[in-house]
Design a protein around this ligand. Structure first.
Ligand code: ADP
Ligand code: ASP
Ligand code: MG
Length: 818
């Protein structure tokens, strides 16, 4: 069994009635269906207007005639479509209902009032007529039907205009009907009866709730709500074109949507479905093949935020209580007034800070309610309260998503947007379900443009930022490791709403592009197949031609040529991430230019791996300085290879053996003279010094060489260099012996003294020095600062190696979206 509910928007003309009948017949071929129908669009509104006019002795026939016209048009169109079928029977039934309603309205006009029990009779007529018409269409098509009359079978409480149904009694009534399995069941929505057999309605849009009730009563497997949109969107798609369709949503979240103002579902619809675990789908009558929104216990795909809801036209009655008074006492008095006068409130909140109780309700009733409260407090408790005031133009804006109250980032965006919108914030409410957070605001003007802005910031800016398009240059050991790490983490990142797209990979020879994303697992194959020659200009053109959200150039080369292009890439909108130290150690003029253009273009230049590979040095150093600390002195072992080589020297190995071992495990540059010369350490030291604020050049760094002055190794290749260092082993050995005899060890360090002088030195350290035990490729960086002294802030860990370096680049990548 399947229950299908068609709303007024699906029944606004004869063509739609025929369309709906076709959907019903198709569905009935698969399994038995029960149909719940609303009144044709606008009918209920016109009935309400008619009553309002009759009470005020205005010409209510203006609206009543509109109702008659809609039904006459429907009858004519059905007659035209099926000229051979006799429609006199339904004409009679419809006219009969219209005549009866007109008589009631006349009485309302004479009495100048329309009690709720009469209103409910009048406004529920539209749904009754919809069922009469649909029954006729199905009969013409020779389909067997049976009608459930909710005015008899659906039992509800006494709240005439917003009743709640007693499911078990209604179920019993319906099951006693013993409905044959080959009949299509029809029932009008929105209406029920109370114990006294009086007609009640289930609140505006209540046919959705009727469908949920009928689904439970008939033990249906699914409840389908057919309307004029493709499902539940991130906001009303008629108000925000770019609203996003939600394909899957949990009962809990759908409940929040309906209760917090999304008209697509009546607020009470989900509760019975959830209780009896009946799934629900929202479908579009105008596009029956569209997927729709599936509502069930667990949502398949959990995004942090599902949508925004907004309730407008609220008023608050604010009751200020004298400080010494017992709030609980007054609160229960208020509750009593609400129940005695049957006032429809949305909710009540107690504000501690100004000793007030806020009662929220719909604007239309504000004067009436205000007078009721004033009268009641005057009689009984006038000495307990300071004053009662009424505040109009209240809206309740909410954001919805599973456990959204815990998501600081989303809440921050929400609050920031509302603060910027010039709305007065009355209060912020965390829903106890944790699935929504509401801000209650007052604003005289329409707040839709504020909501549009909020929607954009929550669904687009944020998501845009969480997409990263990578342009990788350099696929040596580090580049390859990075690609592996990205491939391994891709799905985990996706789950956290971070979307990484690899748009281009190049090495010195070749390049490949794909703006839709290169399959990371197959990049080697792709680059082999598509051998386009590498040209930096081509890459720049490609980036400027395509529109990327968040492009980032990752430079995993050691090339000066590539680093000279950073300014151009930043101008094109790219962020830069690199372990390449060349840009940061070029002239100070270039160093500053790079930072200025980043500020101008709002792009980031991230180079955490320039010093200490994956160790979080640059970021910590920047934060330390930004938060007001001052770096006084620095000492560190900054080279993984020299940390290893000196460790081995101190253990008694020769320089030749130590260097060979370091080479074998991949710790050195291809030619180890680069490491042993100390130039690499000098570069790192310069980067730290510039970070601290010293405007130095590379030539200002003093390098104490490990080698004798006359040893010229500049032109030696790897093999030659290795055989030459064999010859200077004895000099080194002597230095080691001397320091060992003093119970010290030799270390290769970078130093920045308190005057900003930088030097690369070989020093002896004793057991108490934090540098003493550092070896095997580890780095150590000791910062003596205003806050950290005499014991320095120490960062220590592996400062070289493909995995740690690639993971440092990865961390920089994630900084782009933090
Ligand atoms: P029906 O007549 O089918 O009951 P309603 O007009 O009551 O239709 O509900 C459907 C309407 O709800 C849509 O046309 C849309 O304008 C409105 N709506 C409000 N919020 C949302 C939302 N978050 N997602 C989808 N529709 C929404
Ligand atoms: N016709 C009613 C209304 O307009 C009920 C419904 O459409 O669900 O509120
Ligand atoms: Mg509706």
């Amino acid at each position: 069994m399947r229950v299908l509910k068609f709303g007024g928007s699906s029944l606004s003309n004869a063509d739609l009635f025929f369309k709906v009948s076709n959907i019903i017949i198709q569905k009935n071929k698969i399994e038995q269906v029960a149909i719940v129908l609303s009144a044709p669009a606008k009918i209920t509104n016109y009935f309400i207007k008619t009553i309002e006019y009759a009470v005020r002795d205005k010409n209510y026939l203006i609206y009543f005639n509109k109702i008659i016209k809609i039904f006459n048009n429907l009858l004519n169109d059905i007659n035209n479509k099926y000229p051979n079928s006799d429609c006199e029977d339904i004409k009679y039934l419809i006219n009969h209902e219209i005549r009866k309603t007109k008589e009631i309205l006349y009485a309302v006009k004479i009495l100048k009032k329309c009690p709720d029990e009469i209103q409910s009779i009048i406004i529920s007529r539209g749904e009754k007529l919809s069922v009469i018409i649909m029954e006729k269409i199905l009969k013409i098509k020779k389909i067997k039907t049976i009608v459930i009359n909710p005015e008899k079978k659906i039992i509800a409480n006494n709240n005439f205009l917003n009743a709640t149904v007693n499911i078990s009694e209604s179920k019993k009534n319906i099951q006693e009907m013993h409905i044959p399995v080959d009949n299509i069941i029809l029932m009008s929505g929105f209406v029920a009866r109370n114990k006294k057999k009086e007609i009640v309605v289930l609140g505006r849009d209540g046919s959705d709730y009727s469908a949920a009730i009928l689904s439970v009563c008939l033990e249906a497997s699914i409840c389908e709500i057919w309307t004029d949109v493709n499902g539940i969107y991130s906001f009303d798609p008629k108000k925000i074109n770019s609203a996003k369709l939600i394909k899957n949503i949990s009962y809990e979240e759908a409940k929040e949507f309906s209760q917090l103002g999304s008209k697509v579902l009546h607020s009470k619809t989900i509760l019975p479905l959830e209780k009896f675990n009946i799934s629900c789908i929202i479908k579009n009558t105008l596009q029956p093949n569209a997927e729709g929104t599936f509502i069930s216990k667990k949502c398949k795909k959990n995004t942090i935020i599902k949508g925004i809801s907004c309730l407008n036209n609220f008023s608050i009655i604010k009751i200020y209580i004298k400080e010494k008074e017992n709030k609980i006492d007054i609160f229960s008095h208020i509750k009593k007034i609400i129940s005695n006068y049957n006032i429809q409130t949305y909710f009540i909140s107690c504000l501690q800070e100004n000793h007030s109780i806020n009662i929220y309700f719909s604007k239309e009733k504000n004067k009436e309610c205000y007078n009721i409260f004033k009268k009641n407090f005057k009689n009984k408790k006038s000495n307990t309260i300071k004053k009662i005031e009424i505040i109009d133009s209240i809206s309740i804006i909410s954001i919805i998503g599973k456990n959204i109250v815990f998501n600081k980032k989303i809440n921050k965006i929400f609050l920031k947007n509302i603060l910027q919108s010039n709305c007065d914030i009355i209060s912020v409410i965390k829903n106890s379900s944790n699935n929504s957070i509401s801000i209650i605001v007052q604003k005289d003007k329409d707040i839709q443009s504020d909501i549009n802005h909020l929607h954009k910031n929550l669904f687009f800016e944020n998501i845009k930022k969480r997409k990263i398009e990578i342009f990788l240059i350099g696929i040596g050991k580090i580049g390859k490791t990075l690609l592996n790490q990205l491939s391994n983490q891709k799905n985990i990142l996706k789950k956290n709403n971070i979307f990484i797209k690899l748009c281009s990979i190049s090495n010195t020879k070749y390049m490949i592009f794909n703006s839709k994303g290169i399959n990371i697992k197959q990049w080697e194959l792709k680059i082999k197949k598509n051998q386009e020659n590498f040209q930096i200009e081509k890459l720049k053109k490609y980036i400027s031609k395509n529109k990327f959200n968040n492009p980032v150039l990752i430079d995993c080369t050691a090339s000066q040529e590539i680093s000279d292009q950073y300014l151009n890439f930043i101008s094109l909108g790219c962020h830069i991430i690199t372990p390449n130290k060349k840009a940061n150690t070029s002239s100070y003029v270039y160093y500053e230019k790079l930072r200025n253009i980043c500020l101008q273009k709002n792009r980031k230049f991230l180079y955490e791996t320039n010093v200490g590979a994956g160790l979080p040095i640059i970021d910590n150093l920047q934060k330390l300085i930004q938060s007001g600390d001052k770096i006084i002195r620095f000492v560190g072992i900054l080279s993984g290879s020299l940390s290893f080589i000196f460790g081995k020297l101190n253990e008694g190995f020769s320089l030749y053996e130590s260097t060979k071992q370091a080479m074998e495990i991949g710790l050195t540059e291809p030619n180890p003279k680069e490491d042993l010369s100390g130039i690499d350490v000098a570069r790192k030291l310069l980067i730290i010094a510039r970070e601290i604020g010293y405007k130095l050049e590379l030539k200002d760094i003093k390098i104490d060489s490990l080698f004798p002055k006359k040893f010229d190794y500049s032109k030696l290749n790897t093999k030659e260099f290795l055989s030459e260092i064999n010859n200077i082993d004895s000099i080194i050995l002597e230095k080691i012996k001397k320091s060992n005899s003093e119970n010290k060890v030799l270390k290769h360090v970078g130093i920045i003294n308190q005057y900003g002088k930088c030097s690369v030195e070989i020093i002896s350290v004793n057991k108490n020095d934090p540098l003493y035990t550092v070896k095997n490729g580890e780095n150590i960086l000791s910062f003596y600062t205003k806050y950290y002294q005499p014991i320095p802030l120490i960062l220590r860990g592996y400062g070289a190696g493909n995995n740690v370096t690639a993971s440092g680049i990865f961390s920089d990548l994630l900084r782009l979206i933090s």
